[in-house]
Design a protein around this ligand. Structure first.
Ligand code: CA
Length: 420
């Protein structure tokens, strides 16, 4: 059963992106009305008028007409981004595959070298912001492999494209105008303002609006340069976490062993208990380690279901999620930081033999849940907390272990193919 719209667009003549393939010319995978090939072409044709329509708002932000004209002159949309925006790996890969790609020995070794090379800066930043160096080094390593994979797309062009074309225009108008502000003020040089297709730039991948909120000039040269100044990069990232509520001296969470027969309906971000209460429910750290602060509140996440490891998530995990709202990302950051601090790999194995649902199948799973009256939000092929909550209720209703894991088995139940 195919729920995704069949791509009907023909591959047309589209200006290629610098150093990469051109737009496929196909409908976007999300099925959003603004992502059809026709809608993309129409919006692209209107691009210059769309950019000019943003001038009054730019003026209200103190951007001069001179800067506006200079930085937007000759700006053309980068339509290749339309193919990329539905394919983020943190939402399309298995949790374990995503972690395998990011937490490697080579990347950890490079992290240790970075920590040693910039030790005085990390120490000064820890004193000033109360955010531990390992988390910052982890973000630096995971976001850009220590600045070696920052992205080559000009941020202004990417955010302008997304501000005028596709399904997230309102969000990206803010990013585009903020990118213009950065250029107008001269914090980052135009040639350095390059990044991912979504407009995140620099080694720790600040979005332009996040830059406005969090970037600091830690080396005192008068510019908040989160691209080429190591002190500014480290301190701005720490300031971001601090302002988002980082608790100094605390960790992000713990790997836990979930006992047989556990009620997985409790594995939900809305179900917060103290670590001591979780212990009375039978959850234990591997190796019998104690929880250093038993009265901290946490929620349980079992990203691979009952056959995989459990994790109790503390306040600082939520802070990492604010940096990049994907659970696989936040877990990778927390784990990477633990490894840099000298910790070992996760103790419990992942269920690597579980087939991973394709994006189409994930989308179908959400549609089938919605058709049965479960709230999954707007089906988007991303299996977040809301889909998992719906899945748990469905699993419970058909007598499966309600662990919220989107297995091939549960999809076959939803399709009505499995016998009860
Ligand atoms: Ca500076």
């Amino acid at each position: 059963m195919s729920i995704l719209p069949v791509a009907t667009g023909s591959v047309g003549a589209v200006a290629p992106s610098p150093g990469g393939p051109a737009w496929s010319g196909l409908d976007g995978a999300s099925g959003h009305p603004l992502m059809t090939a026709e809608a993309i072409r129409e919006a692209a044709a209107n691009f210059p008028a769309c950019i000019e329509s943003l001038w009054p708002e730019a003026a209200r932000r103190g951007i001069s007409r001179d800067s506006f004209v200079r930085f937007t002159a000759g700006l053309a949309p980068d339509l290749r981004i339309m193919d990329l925006m539905d394919a983020q790996p943190e939402f399309t890969k298995a949790f374990w595959d995503y972690l395998d790609i990011l937490v490697t020995d080579a990347r950890l070794q490079k992290g240790r070298e970075i920590l040693a090379a910039h030790r005085p800066i990390f120490e000064a930043v820890e004193r000033a912001y109360g955010v531990d160096r390992y988390i910052i080094a982890a973000i630096w390593g995971i976001e850009s492999n220590y600045g070696t994979a920052i992205g080559e797309r000009p941020v202004l062009r990417s955010t302008a494209t997304l501000a005028c074309i596709g399904r997230r225009q309102a969000y990206f108008r803010e990013e585009f105008l903020s990118a213009l502000e950065i250029l107008h003020r001269g914090d980052v040089r135009p040639e350095d303002l390059k990044g991912s297709w979504a407009g995140a730039f620099g080694p720790t991948q600040f979005m332009p609006t996040a830059f406005k909120r969090y970037a600091v000039d830690f080396d005192g040269d008068g510019r908040r340069d989160v691209v080429t100044s190591v002190p500014d990069i480290i301190a701005s990232t720490a300031n971001n976490l601090k302002k988002d509520g980082w608790q100094p001296g605390h960790t992000w969470g713990y790997e836990v062993v979930v006992p047989q027969g556990f009620d997985y309906m409790l594995a939900d971000p809305s179900k917060q208990f103290t670590l001591a209460q979780w212990e009375t429910l039978g959850l234990r750290r591997p190796g019998g380690l104690a929880f250093p602060r038993p009265h901290e509140r946490a929620y349980l996440m079992v990203p691979a279901g009952a056959r995989g490891p459990g994790f109790l998530m503390l306040n600082n995990f939520r802070v990492i999620m604010k940096y990049n709202p994907a659970e696989a990302y936040a877990l990778a950051i927390g784990h990477f930081a633990d490894r840099l601090r000298g910790g070992g790999p996760f103790v419990q194995p992942w269920p690597r033999d579980e087939p991973v649902l394709s994006r189409t199948e994930r989308y179908e799973l959400q549609q089938l849940l919605a058709a049965r009256g479960y709230d999954v939000g707007e089906p988007d092929g991303r299996l977040g907390p809301r889909t998992r909550a719906a899945l748990r209720r469905y699993q419970a209703s058909v007598g499966l272990v309600p662990d919220g894991f989107a297995s091939a088995t549960v999809l076959s139940y939803l399709r009505g193919q499995a016998s009860r």
